[in-house]
Design a binder for this molecule. Structure first.
Ligand SMILES: *Cc1c(COP(=O)(O)O)cnc(C)c1O
Length: 220
């Protein structure tokens, strides 16, 4: 099936409150343009350099989301245009994002990434650490960033009950953080393999790649 067909089918099945981030990492500009021409405007990348390359070549009404682990020394390359950074897991990183945003006289929206998976490979903060960050004076002094929600990745497993538990824990943490931070609105969870479940658990933003663009080939 074509990218356009995949995309339109997926979009028609999403509830209206759920934003689709089309994950275009490793895919060539021609493929991303096919999704753009089918109406998609929000794209997710996990490498800063690749996102910058695509930003430079593609129409400027695209909203670029950084969904991968961000190294602090790379923030400066995307600070001018990035729409949302999903993977913020420390005050140190947030401080750098704030600094670079200030240079461009803008504010950058960020999500706190929480560790919900049992696996050691998925990074992120604990709920306590996220709470402490949001309550800290240092955080409150950062004027060029906004925390607009949370993001998480479930374990890579066939065990649906476990995935459901992990998504539910992210939603619960979101609700608890929102009590003292009413500006939190986004729960970014769900990928090609688990987004329907994520939506039933309260996701408001899904990050879907292979179901739209096909399997990725990391060898090229
Ligand atoms: C690659 C990636 C996705 C999309 O994965 P698919 O299984 O292709 O839908 C979503 N979120 C993150 C953080 C990713 O790195």
């Amino acid at each position: 099936m074509s990218i356009k067909t995949n995309l339109l089918k997926l979009k028609s099945a999403l509830p209206s409150q759920v934003t689709l981030v089309a994950v275009s990492k490793t895919k060539p500009v021609e493929d991303v343009m096919e999704a753009y021409e089918a109406g998609q405007r929000v794209f997710g990348e996990n490498k800063v350099q690749e996102m910058v390359d695509k930003y430079q070549q593609m129409p400027k009404d695209i909203q670029w989301h950084m969904i991968g682990n961000v190294q602090r020394n790379k923030v400066k390359y995307m600070a001018e245009f990035v729409d949302l950074i999903h993977g913020v897991d420390s005050l140190k990183l947030l401080t750098e994002i704030n600094k670079q945003a200030e240079k461009h006289q803008r504010s950058i929206n960020c999500l706190l990434q929480l560790k919900i998976a049992q696996e050691d490979t998925k990074f992120g903060m604990t709920a306590e650490a996220a709470h402490d960050l949001l309550e800290s004076d240092h955080f409150k002094s950062l004027k060029n960033i906004s925390i607009v929600g949370v993001m998480g990745m479930a374990s890579f497993t066939e065990n649906t009950a476990q995935i459901k538990e992990e998504f539910t824990s992210l939603k619960t943490t979101f609700e608890s953080l929102k009590k003292t931070n009413p500006s939190l609105e986004i729960v970014s969870m769900g990928m090609s393999g688990d987004y329907p479940l994520a939506i039933t658990c309260g996701s408001t933003m899904v990050r879907v790649g292979s179901s739209i663009f096909g399997a990725r080939n990391y060898a090229i």
